[in-house]
Design a protein around this ligand. Structure first.
Ligand code: NAD
Length: 245
C-alpha cells in the first residue's frame, strides 16, 4: 500500500511508533525512525535486519527547526522523497494540578505540540515542493474527554486536534492531507507493566472488551497514510474500542 513512499516516524523506537514503523515497512515504504537518542534508534534498527536498506535512523531535537530540517533533508537525500510524516512522539504525566510545575507543563507541550508544529512545517516545505504528502498526528482519547489529573497531557492532545484540523485546511491546496489518530488505552510498555488484574478491570470498561494493541493503532496509520484515504483530511480518527473515560 505504500510502495515507493518514504515516511518519517517520530518516537519510532518503541511502543506505538515502532508498530507504525513495522507496518509501513511491511507495506513497502522506506522509513526513517526519529528517536531522541542515537542509542535507542540503533536498538530499534537492530530489530529490523530484514529491512536494511529501506530503513534509517535520525535523532534531531524535534523542537529545533534547524535540526529537524537538516534531518528531513538527509531522509530525502537517501530515499529521494518525504511523503509521509507520522508525528507520534509524545510524553504524558498524571501530576495533580497542585503539584504541577511550569517546567513540567512546558516539557509536555514542547514534545506533544511544539514538535508537531516544527516537524509538520519542515515536512510540508518538502512535500509542497514535490507535489504533495500526508501528515498523521497522534492524539489521544483524552483529547476528547480530558482526564482527572495530569492536565498538561490532555491539553496538549486537544491542541494536536486543533493543529490537525487547521493544517488540513491550510495545506489542502498543496495536496497535503493532515489527519490524526486518537488511541485509547494501548498495550505499550507502560500498560504491559500493570498488574493483569488492573488491565482486566480497564478492559471491562471498554465496550470492545480489551485494551488496544499497538498494531490496532498502526493499522489506522496505514489507512490514513495510504491512497485509500485520498479524500480524508482534517479528521481525528478514534481507535479506542469506544472507550469513554
Ligand atoms: P512510549 O513511551 O512507548 O513511546 C514514546 C516514543 O516517543 C518513544 O519512541 C520515545 O523514544 C519517543 N520520545 C520520547 N521523548 C522524545 C523526544 N524528546 N524526542 C523524540 N522522541 C521522543 O509511548 P506510546 O504509548 O507508544 O505513545 C506514542 C504516542 O501515542 C504518544 O504521542 C502518546 O501520547 C500516544 N498515546 C498513547 C496511548 C497509550 O495508551 N499507550 C494512548 C493514547 C495516545
Amino acid at each position: 500500500m505504500l510502495t515507493g513512499k518514504t515516511a518519517v516516524v517520530t518516537g519510532g523506537t518503541r511502543g506505538i511508533g515502532f508498530a507504525i514503523v513495522k507496518k509501513f515497512l511491511e507495506n513497502g515504504a522506506n522509513v526513517a525512525i526519529a528517536g531522541s537518542r542515537q542509542e535507542s534508534v540503533d536498538k530499534a534498527l537492530a530489530k529490523l535486519p530484514e529491512y536494511a536498506g529501506r530503513v534509517m535512523g535520525i535523532w534531531p531535537d524535534l523542537c529545533s527547526p534547524e535540526e529537524v530540517a537538516a534531518a528531513f533533508a538527509s531522509v530525502k537525500e537517501k530515499f529521494g522523497s518525504l511523503d509521509i510524516l507520522a508525528n507520534n512522539a509524545g510524553i504524558s504525566s498524571r501530576t495533580s494540578l497542585y503539584d504541577y510545575t511550569v517546567e513540567e507543563f512546558s516539557r509536555i507541550m514542547d514534545l506533544n505540540v511544539k514538535a508537531v508544529f516544527v516537524c509538520s512545517q519542515a515536512a510540508a516545505r518538502i512535500m509542497k515542493a514535490q507535489g504533495g504528502g500526508v501528515i498523521v498526528n497522534t492524539s489521544s482519547m483524552v483529547g476528547e474527554y480530558g482526564q482527572p489529573s495530569g492536565c498538561g497531557y490532555p491539553t496538549s492532545k486537544f491542541a494536536v486536534n486543533g493543529l490537525t484540523r487547521s493544517l488540513a485546511r491550510e495545506l489542502a491546496k498543496d495536496n497535503i492531507r493532515v489527519n490524526a489518530v486518537a488511541p485509547g488505552v494501548t498495550r505499550t510498555d507502560m500498560v504491559a507493566a500493570l498488574p493483569q488484574e488492573l488491565v482486566d478491570r480497564i478492559s471491562a470498561g471498554i465496550p470492545l472488551g480489551r485494551v488496544g494493541e499497538p498494531l490496532d493503532i498502526a493499522n489506522a496509520y496505514l489507512y490514513l497514510s495510504s491512497d485509500l484515504a485520498s479524500y480524508v483530511t482534517g479528521v481525528t480518527l478514534r481507535v479506542d474500542g469506544a472507550a469513554m473515560t
